[in-house]
Design a protein around this ligand. Structure first.
Ligand code: FES
Length: 106
């Protein structure tokens, strides 16, 4: 069963940004891009560095250390050197406008 945890309001996250969020002891990388919100584990599968310090791309996030880009919907690396997927979590937005609440499901 999915447990939803509120992580902030829509206005707390700028489009094109990534933010590390502690979620019950697990660090999540929450990304807001032009398509909406995405949540993945905040650790690159290649070197375990924080993906939230990377660059948000059109539909992914690029690790700052060696440049692997991960698909935010599937967690699959699109470019080397990473070869393993990262975990992807569900995100829901409830309410309207900038005050809508963003929640991550685990
Ligand atoms: S640590 Fe992320 S690509 Fe190497």
């Amino acid at each position: 069963m999915t447990t939803w945890t509120p992580v902030g309001k829509v206005s707390d996250f700028q489009v094109g940004s990534a933010k590390a969020i502690d979620l019950n002891g697990e660090t999540i990388c929450l990304v807001r891009n032009n398509k909406g919100f995405h949540a993945v584990t905040d650790a690159c599968s290649h070197g375990a560095v924080s993906l939230s310090e990377g660059t948000v791309t059109e539909d992914g996030i690029e690790c700052f250390l060696h440049g692997s880009e991960f698909n935010l919907e599937t967690g699959v690396p699109k470019t080397p050197p990473a070869i393993s997927s990262i975990d992807v979590f569900e995100v829901q937005v409830t309410g309207d406008g900038d005050n809508a609440v963003v929640s991550v499901g685990i």
